[in-house]
Each structure stands twice: as C-alpha cells, then as structure tokens.
Design a protein around this ligand. Structure first.
Ligand code: UD1
Ligand code: UDP
Length: 360
C-alpha cells in the first residue's frame, strides 16, 4: 500500500522531511501532496531544497484566504486528489489548516489517518491551531506524540491508547540532522549583525492581526532593541502590519525577509536570545540551549518551559526579561527532553511499516 503525506506550510515541511526519509529507508511506497497553503519561494521551495524533500507529486495551489475560504478550498481540492489517489494511509503534520482539511477529507473517504505531533494543547480555543489539533486527533487512527503531556491529553479526551505512540520530535530530527550545516558567524556577518544579537519571529494572529496588538508588539521590540540588536525575519502575514504599527529599520532593528532553514537556524544557534510566538522555535531553542522569550499567554509546548529555555512573557515584561537573560543568570539544561534525540522519524516509520503489514 501507499503512504501519502499531505503538507502545506513551512512547519509541515520541517516535520515531514525526517519521516519521508525514514520511510524511504524502510523501502515504503510513498507520495507527497503539497496543498499550496504556503507558496512563496521563501516559505516553501527553499525548504524542499534545503531539507532534501522530494518534489511534490501534486501541488494543489490552494493559497491564501480567510479561515473559512482557505479551509473550504483545501477541502474541495483535497477531496478530488485523495479520491483519485486512494492511498492506504494519509499522514498529516502539526496543526495548520491543511492538516485539518486533509484529516476531514480522509475521514469522510474512510482512508486511515496518521497524525504527527498529536496531543499538543494550549487550551486556548481562540487559536485556530487549537481547534485544528483537537479535531484532527479525534479523527486519527494513529497518533504520534512528541511528549508525555501530549499522551495524557489524548487519553483524557477519550482517544484509544492503542492508537497513540510516543515517538519524540521529528522537528528535532531535522535540527540535529542539519546541525553541521549551521554557520552562526557567517550568518551574522551576512545580515550585518554585531557579535551579540537576538532573533525575533512573530506571526500569531493575536500578536499581529489587530492593529493595537501589533502596536504593542512593535513597541516592545523597539524597547528591547535598545538592549540587544534584533534580527527580525518577517513572516508574510506580519510584514505589513508590524511596519504599519511602527516597527522600522531603526538602530538595533534589522528587518529581514523570511529566511531559509539553514540561514534561520544558523542565526538562532548564535543568538544571545530569541523572541518569538512560533511553536517550532520554542522547541528548537530548547534543544540548542538558546534562551527563548515567548510573547504569548499560553503554550501548547510546556516541556519547553519545564525542561528547556523557554519563558512566556507579556509585552511589557519583554525588556526586563531580556535584561535578565543578557545578565546570564538563567541556567541551560544539558540535554533536550526525552526522545528529542533525532530518531523520531525512524520510530514513526517502524510503527507505520508494522501497521501496513497488518492492514495491506
Ligand atoms: C499558518 C498556520 C500557523 C503556522 C504558520 C507557520 C493556520 C491556521 N495557520 O499561518 O499555525 O504557525 O502557518 O508559518 O493554518 N502569505 C504569503 N505567502 C505565502 C503564505 C502566506 O504572502 O507563501 C500571506 C498571505 O497574505 C496570507 C497570510 O500570509 O493571507 C497568512 O497565511 P496563512 O497560510 O493563512 O496563515 P499563516 O499566518 O501563514
Ligand atoms: N523558520 C525558518 N525561517 C524563518 C522562520 C522560521 O526556516 O524565517 C523555520 C523554523 O525552523 C521554524 C519553522 O520554520 O521552527 C516553522 O516556523 P513557523 O514559526 O512559521 O511555524 P510554527 O512552528 O509557529 O507553526
């Protein structure tokens, strides 16, 4: 039988790469559909090139839209594609709209579904991602979790424990697999940064969509930049709003286009601190031992706080929290959380090949 990966966004590509590689090594027949949710060269192609993902077998070119419009377009395009392909199993990643749409279509077509990164919960239903996660996990036949908390959430939601597999974190497979390509010194020079600098990424609707929230974010970053030069690769969602809110190429603020994976992780590895609202970046900084200040009131990845370098901060707490980080008082754990060891892809492949043997 054939395994079909459905991916659509930047974090999907980073998570799928090690699973595709492990299934290839196991001799599994597989195909990859790109929904086209992310489509700019800097949001999509660069990850396929740098992470060794195969060219998509199909690109559905769904593109952008409101939550309803985008999800509706994804559903229609995926229904036709998945009906035509009739795979044995569909693999989806994370919590984006492409993930939800593929899961819903798979369920309606009675195609078995596996969810990579199952069970994460922020308990904040105003986040589109939280809605997506909860629904996908109700539909999945196989659920791959990155941490024990996630397994606990699934069990409390009534998911059959036989479906759940604690396998570790494929995003960290990608990180550890490319570590020797990161070059912080060259990256710092390429973007004109001083020896000590920070990296910022912001793209959550709660931080950037509403003009008042964007102004608060711009103010907090401008204040922080008085203490530390900041490299700010801007997600296309937030470029215009953050600029309109007053974030400018002022002294200490280096506004950049979205970066390729190797360039981005090189900057992160060499950073004195990271300021973010990204899910993946909280995990990557945990493993690299780089202090991370997360501009959110909740996280679906609490292990990055309890075991790692992450701290949740409000906008007005950012500058003082950064001062503390720069004073070097925080301690950095010697190793990442259990099973964040670069072998999640092979663990997932083992479960899937066993499943395929018994299901055809
Ligand atoms: C999506 C995910 C989010 C994830 C993020 C990763 C959902 C609900 N959200 O958010 O969970 O953290 O991806 O980066 O699925 N745009 C471009 N070029 C592109 C892609 C997007 O210009 O290649 C612009 C468009 O104006 C678009 C906006 O960015 O309307 C938002 O894109 P969208 O895919 O809807 O959501 P993200 O904010 O990227
Ligand atoms: N990333 C990148 N370049 C950037 C920003 C992010 O390569 O300019 C990578 C990084 O590895 C990150 C991943 O893309 O973990 C996913 O990023 P994003 O923050 O967009 O998604 P989230 O994890 O919040 O869903």
């Amino acid at each position: 039988g054939q395994v079909l990966h459905v991916v659509g966004t930047r974090p999907n590509f980073v998570k799928a790469a090690p699973v595709v590689a492990a299934l290839r090594a196991a001799g599994c027949d597989q195909a990859l559909v790109h929904t086209g949710q992310h489509y700019d060269e800097r949001m999509s192609d660069v990850f396929f090139r740098q992470l060794g993902l195969p060219e998509p077998d199909t690109d559905l070119g769904v593109g952008s839209g409101s939550q309803a419009r985008q999800t509706a377009d994804l559903l229609v395009a995926l229904e036709a594609e998945l009906t035509a392909r009739a795979p044995t199993l569909i693999l989806v990643y994370g919590d984006v709209n492409s993930t939800l749409a593929a899961a819903l279509v798979a369920a309606k077509l009675s195609i078995p579904l596996a969810h990579v990164e199952a069970g994460l919960r922020s308990f904040d239903m105003t986040m589109p991602e939280e809605v997506n996660r909860r629904l996908v996990d109700q539909l999945a036949d196989l659920l791959f979790a990155t941490s024990p908390e996630a397994v606990g959430h699934l069990s409390r939601e009534g998911v059959d424990p036989a479906r759940v597999h604690l396998v570790g974190n494929p995003m960290i497979d990608t990180l550890l697999g490319h570590l020797d390509r990161f070059d912080p010194v060259a990256a710092r020079a390429a973007y004109g940064l001083p020896e000590r600098y920070g990296v910022v990424t912001l793209h959550r609707p709660a931080n950037v969509d509403d003009p008042e929230a964007a102004r608060a974010a711009a103010r907090a970053l401008t204040e922080a930049a008085a203490h530390l030069d900041l490299a700010v690769p801007l997600h296309p969602r937030s470029g215009a709003t953050l600029r309109a809110a007053g974030l400018a190429d002022a002294p200490g603020i280096h506004l950049l286009e979205p970066l390729g994976y190797v360039e981005f992780m090189s900057l992160v590895q060499g950073a004195a601190a990271v300021i973010t609202d990204s899910g993946g970046v909280q995990e990557e900084t945990t493993v690299l031992g780089v202090p991370c200040l997360t501009l959110r009131s909740t996280t679906e990845r609490p292990v990055t706080v309890t075991h790692g370098t992450n701290r949740l901060v409000r906008h007005e707490e950012l500058a003082p929290a950064l001062d503390k980080v720069l004073a070097g008082t925080a301690t950095v754990p010697a190793e990442g959380p259990p099973l964040w060891d670069g072998k999640a892809g092979p663990r997932i492949a083992r479960v899937l090949t066993r499943w395929l043997e018994s299901h055809g």
